[in-house]
Design a protein around this ligand. Sequence first.
Ligand code: NDP
Length: 480
Amino acid sequence: MEKLQNFINGSYSSPVSGEYMDNYEPATGKVYSLIPKSGAKDVELAVVAAENAYPVWSKMSIDARSRIMVKLSEGIEAQMEKFVAAESRDNGKPVALAGRVDIPRAVSNFHFFATAILHFASESHNMEGVGVNYTLRKPIGIVGCISPWNLPLYLFSWKIAPALAAGNCVIAKPSEVTPYTAYLLGQVAKEAGMPDGVLNILHGEGHDVGDAIVKHPKIKAISFTGGTATGKYIAKTAAPMFKKLSLELGGKNPNIIFDDCDFDDMMRTTLLSSFANQGQICLCGSRIFVQRGIYEKFKEEFVRKVDALLVAEPNNPKAKLGAVVSKPHMEKVLSYVELAKEEGGKVVSGGEKVQLEAPFENGYYLRPTVIEGLSYDCRTNQEEIFGPVVTIMPFDTEEEALMMANSTQYGLSATLWTSDLERAHRMANEIHAGIVWINAWLVRDLRTPFGGAKASGVGREGGWEALRFFTEPKNVFVKY
Ligand code: NDP
């Protein structure tokens, strides 16, 4: 069976422990490769490599650094099919989705930050007759990047790219559940001419190797995307060490539909915002609030369309949903369906496993699920499920919709459907969210700030925000 390896100091190597863990294929439920079980000793090796590489990488001209990163982006693009197949196999998502979204986006992430750094500038503040301040923005040094399993290479590269572009050396850990494309990335970086030790990729469990990255005194900043509970633990560990922290955490996003919306456009997009990637996107709108005047019409058409969504093995080109990422995750999602029933909810579509034929009979397939009849403040409507499950709820007034939308601990994103421009802006201004889409969903411009409020995180990624995060400002004053 294939054994994945860590990528340290420009070479692939086994973990110091010599131990490996199983890597499951969600489509079949079978183990198909082995993952290094890394720990603090592997982090130490990576830190030594990064320390040696730092003077070379941080002092390299921006142009030269940018060229290497452009090559890295092109290197992934040149192996598009291999990366797409690997991402789908590791995660369970349809091949078509990995080919349309995940891998093209990883290519764009590297290309975007490779070129953004060419235009990144810092400020100067003149004091008339006194002197001038100028602000230098220096790389931080060695930084840690830890990412989740839902959009594996997409989110991994979203952190690594700005960190590298800004001149840092990186120690990165993908989710143990989806390590494969991160494993492939090492070779591409090498071929692009990335100096040894600049990018180090370690595999293993979060509480082991992830924790060792967070605790290492020479790793000066942590960029983390994952669950809110993990984020809280990381913040508690890193804060007393005065590390810079960027935390992109969970969400429970509202999708608010007014009766004056473009119904067909809303319906098409709401199917996606509910169930794309098996509902495992932090930006999915899992709480759907529909104005009472169109509630029954919405429910009837939505349920009919959800019933018709094809759940199939990821290589089926017609699959709208593939497998969810793991058995424990599937069980967690199903437990929330049971909770919803206990809380008085009625399952109007889905709610159960999908049994496929061999060789997919043990895969992790769930029917997209729609639940109605729940109160906005029950656990099902307050806790993140992160799977193909949405709730639908009627509302009467704008104020009521806003109150329910803002009632959770989260504040990641929100979607509004209305043709009333004033209302759209008024609501966008009041909603607790870092990202608001009006009459759209998941339209992304990589220059814009990305992240959430409240328990959805601290800090923003994207554009200048990311380059500012991965640099340390230093103000210099010169007297006239
Ligand atoms: P987790 O928090 O379980 O894990 C995220 C990453 O952190 C994984 O690489 C994990 O490793 C690692 N990790 C776990 N424990 C520790 C620790 N103690 N110290 C350091 N690292 C650790 O999240 P999931 O992978 O389950 O991802 C799903 C979550 O991510 C959802 O809550 C979702 O909302 C959120 N998310 C947020 C996004 C945003 O932009 N706000 C975007 C996408 C997802 P391992 O896999 O080995 O456990």
